[in-house]
Design a protein around this ligand. Structure first.
Ligand code: AMP
Length: 190
């Protein structure tokens, strides 16, 4: 199985590149942000709890996110592998993911970290807010806050996966196709 983590700050291009990776390698896309937005749309209890964190740019508590991942993994049997997008975002989530995969005789193949400068992230997120109307993409203060949360809580995961020899840094600059080509070249060697 090929289990990839597509890692990077908000606006790094994870969603766009995940869509291309799943097509190229026949994988299942798991975006916790999308799964949580679906819970909100369906008016579930979990969605109601998650919404207030998401609107303010905070991380949703680990227990809720891990439950979402467990349900999704259980519903996908006999697949070639997964692209995790926006998950894990904390060390506790990474540990829970390792444990969950291990129980099912799976493991992470590689963590692909898209590297993009802060000013470019802000430019892309403001553009996305205008295009798709996501509440958390509309205010520069919330965007900057999310980038700070990423630096504080999520960036330490680079060390976590480096220790396992699974971290691959990839430049997230340039055209969508250029970035996709760089990712493909790394994944083909895994
Ligand atoms: P995203 O679509 O990945 O940008 O996620 C949007 C929002 O959903 C984030 O700002 C968080 O509030 C929440 N979220 C998504 N994934 C996670 C996660 N793995 N852990 C905690 N919160 C998450």
């Amino acid at each position: 199985m090929l289990n990839l983590i597509l890692f990077g700050a908000p606006g790094a291009g994870k969603g766009t590149q995940a869509e291309l990776l799943i097509k190229t390698f026949g994988l299942i896309h798991i975006s916790t942000g999308e799964l949580l937005r679906a819970e909100i749309k369906n008016g579930t209890e979990l969605g109601k709890k998650a919404k207030k964190f998401m609107d303010n740019g905070n991380l949703v508590p680990d227990e809720l996110v891990i439950d979402v991942i467990k349900n999704k993994l259980n519903s996908c049997q006999n697949v070639k592998g997964f692209v995790f997008d926006g998950f894990p975002r904390t060390v506790a989530q990474a540990e829970a993911l390792d444990e969950l995969l291990c129980k099912n005789c799976m493991s992470i193949s590689g963590m692909l970290s898209l590297e993009v400068e802060k000013q470019e992230l802000i430019r892309r997120l403001i553009g996305r807010g205008l295009k798709y109307g996501r509440i958390d993409d509309q205010e520069q203060s919330v965007i900057e806050y999310r980038i700070n949360v990423y630096n504080e809580k999520t960036l330490p995961l680079i060390e976590y996966y480096k220790k396992q020899g699974k971290h691959y840094g990839i430049s997230g600059k340039g055209s969508i196709q250029d970035i996709a080509d760089r990712l493909k070249a790394v994944v083909e060697k895994l």
